[in-house]
Design a protein around this ligand. Structure first.
Ligand SMILES: *[C@@H]1O[C@H](CO)[C@@H](O)[C@H](O)[C@H]1NC(C)=O
Ligand SMILES: *[C@@H]1O[C@H](CO)[C@@H](O)[C@H](O)[C@H]1NC(C)=O
Ligand SMILES: *[C@@H]1O[C@H](CO)[C@@H](O)[C@H](O)[C@H]1NC(C)=O
Ligand SMILES: *[C@@H]1O[C@H](CO)[C@@H](O)[C@H](O)[C@H]1NC(C)=O
Ligand SMILES: *[C@@H]1O[C@H](CO)[C@@H](O)[C@H](O)[C@H]1NC(C)=O
Length: 368
C-alpha cells in the first residue's frame, strides 16, 4: 500500500513537472518557454505589455524583468524577452483585503497565481496589492500571503521570482490611512521590493509634484536605516506620468504661479500627452526647488491647468539618488506612457531620451 501510494505521489509530481512547460508555447522553439535561469544582481524592470508592438522600440540593452500589466498581445514580447534571458513576470492583485487573514482564501489566491505562471510559462509574479489594511490581522494576512506565495513558487522552481510593490514611504501619511504594511516581513519573502516613487503629493490645497526628490530621499532613509531593509533589496520605480491639475483659482505672484486645486478635478496624464500639452504653456517650464520636478501652466477657455510631471532632468536626480544609495535597480510606471508612433523627430527623440536615460543610469548603478 505504502509503495503504491509513494508511486502515485511520484507519478503526480512527474506530471506536475512535465506540465511546467505548457503545451501552448507561443515561441518558435519550446525551449524558449523554459524559466529564465540567469541570476541578476541588479535589475532593470519594465512595467509594460499590451502595447501593439511598441515594445520593439524599448531600449532592451539592460532589461532583466518585464512585468506584464496587460496580457493582451504578450506573446511576441514574451518570446523576444526569453531569447534574451529576460524574465517575464505578471502583476497580480489580491482582491478582497479583509479576507486575507483567512488561510484558505490566501491559498486560493496563490493557486490562481501559480496557474497563471504555469499556463503562460511565466517567470514569477509582481504583487501589487495596494489598499488600506485597517487591522493588524489584515497586515499580518498580507505578510502571510507574501510568505506563503514565495515558498510555494520557489518550491516549484527556484528561478521564479516574487517581487512586491511598496509605497514610496513605509510610514505613508504617518500610517493614519492604514497604508503601512509589515515591510520587514515582506522583504524577507521577496526577491526585491519596488518602491512606487509617485502619487506622493499630500498637498490638498496647491498643485504639487508627483514625485518630490526630497521626500523620496527621506523615505528611502526610513526603509533602509529605520527599518533595516537593505538598499540591495529595493528597486526604484519612477513615474513616466504626471498630474494634470485644474486650478480652481490661479494667482500669478512674484514667487511663482500658484494653482489652487481645492474643489477642482485632477487627473493622471502620461508623459507623451503632457509634452503635447506643453505647446500651450503660458510661461515656460519651471522647477520646484525642493522637489526638483518640472511644471508648467496652460489656460484654455479661461481655465488654468497646471501640469506636474517628470522629464529626463528630474529623473536624472532620482537615478543619482538610487546610485548613491546603492539600490538594486530601476523601473518605471509605465513603458506605455511614451509616444512610440509619432513620425515627428522631436517626439521620437523624447521617447528615445527617456529610455536611454534610465538605461544609462542603470549602467552606472551596476558599475558602482
Ligand atoms: C493587440 O494588437 C492588435 C494588432 O496587432 C491591436 O489591434 C490591438 O489594439 C492590440 N491590443 C492592445 C491591448 O494593445
Ligand atoms: C513583522 O514581521 C516580523 C516577522 O516577519 C515580526 O518579527 C514582527 O514582529 C512583525 N512586526 C509587527 C509590527 O507586527
Ligand atoms: C487635462 O484635463 C482637462 C480637463 O480637466 C482635459 O481637457 C485635458 O485634455 C487634459 N490634458 C491632458 C494632457 O491630460
Ligand atoms: C505671470 O505674470 C508675468 C508678468 O506679468 C507674465 O509674464 C507671465 O506670463 C504670467 N504667468 C502666467 C502663468 O500667467
Ligand atoms: C540604450 O541606452 C544606452 C545608454 O543610454 C545607449 O548607450 C544605447 O545606445 C541605447 N540603445 C539603443 C538600442 O537605443
Amino acid at each position: 500500500m505504502k509503495s503504491l501510494y509513494l508511486g502515485l505521489l511520484f507519478a503526480i509530481i512527474c506530471v506536475i513537472k512535465g506540465n511546467l512547460v505548457s503545451a501552448n508555447c507561443p515561441c518558435k522553439s519550446a525551449s524558449l518557454c523554459e524559466p529564465v535561469t540567469e541570476k541578476y544582481n541588479k535589475d532593470l524592470a519594465v512595467f509594460g505589455g499590451g502595447d501593439n508592438g511598441n515594445w520593439k522600440k524599448w531600449n532592451w540593452t539592460e532589461i532583466t524583468n518585464v512585468i506584464l500589466i496587460s496580457m493582451a498581445n504578450f506573446s511576441d514580447i514574451y518570446c523576444f524577452a526569453h531569447e534574451h534571458n529576460v524574465r517575464v513576470t505578471i502583476l497580480v492583485g489580491a482582491g478582497d483585503f479583509h479576507k486575507l487573514p483567512d488561510p484558505q482564501f490566501r491559498q486560493q489566491i496563490i493557486s490562481s497565481w501559480i496557474d497563471k505562471i504555469k499556463t503562460y510559462n511565466l517567470d514569477g509574479i509582481n504583487m501589487d496589492i495596494e489598499g488600506p489594511a485597517a487591522t493588524k490581522e489584515v497586515v499580518d494576512g498580507i505578510s502571510a500571503l507574501t510568505h506563503e506565495a514565495h515558498t510555494a513558487i520557489k518550491t516549484i522552481n527556484p528561478n521564479y521570482i516574487v517581487t512586491f510593490d511598496v509605497y514610496y514611504s513605509p510610514f505613508l501619511a504617518d500610517c493614519i490611512s492604514f497604508l503601512c504594511y509589515n515591510y520587514t516581513a515582506i522583504a524577507s519573502a521577496t526577491d526585491y521590493m519596488i518602491a512606487m516613487d509617485y502619487d506622493a503629493s499630500l498637498d490638498l490645497v496647491l498643485a504639487y509634484s508627483n514625485s518630490p526628490l526630497d521626500l523620496l530621499a527621506q523615505s528611502y532613509n526610513q526603509y533602509i536605516n529605520e527599518l533595516g531593509i537593505p538598499a540591495q533589496h529595493l528597486v526604484m520605480a519612477v513615474p513616466w506620468y504626471g498630474y494634470n491639475y485644474t486650478c480652481s483659482k490661479f494667482y500669478n505672484e512674484s514667487g511663482g504661479d500658484v494653482c489652487v486645486i481645492a474643489d477642482a478635478p485632477k487627473s493622471q496624464s502620461n508623459f507623451a500627452n503632457i509634452m503635447e500639452s506643453y505647446h500651450n504653456n503660458i510661461d515656460g517650464l519651471k522647477y520646484l526647488a525642493k522637489a526638483k520636478t518640472p511644471y508648467f501652466t496652460t489656460k484654455i477657455n479661461g481655465i488654468y491647468h497646471q501640469y506636474h510631471f517628470d522629464n529626463t532632468e528630474s529623473l536624472t536626480y532620482k537615478f543619482q539618488l538610487a546610485q548613491q544609495l546603492g539600490l538594486r535597480g530601476l523601473t518605471m510606471w509605465n513603458a506605455g506612457c511614451l509616444n512610440y508612433e509619432s513620425t515627428d523627430q522631436g517626439i521620437q527623440k523624447q521617447t528615445r531620451d527617456m529610455w536611454n536615460t534610465i538605461t544609462e543610469y542603470f549602467q552606472l548603478l551596476k558599475a558602482k
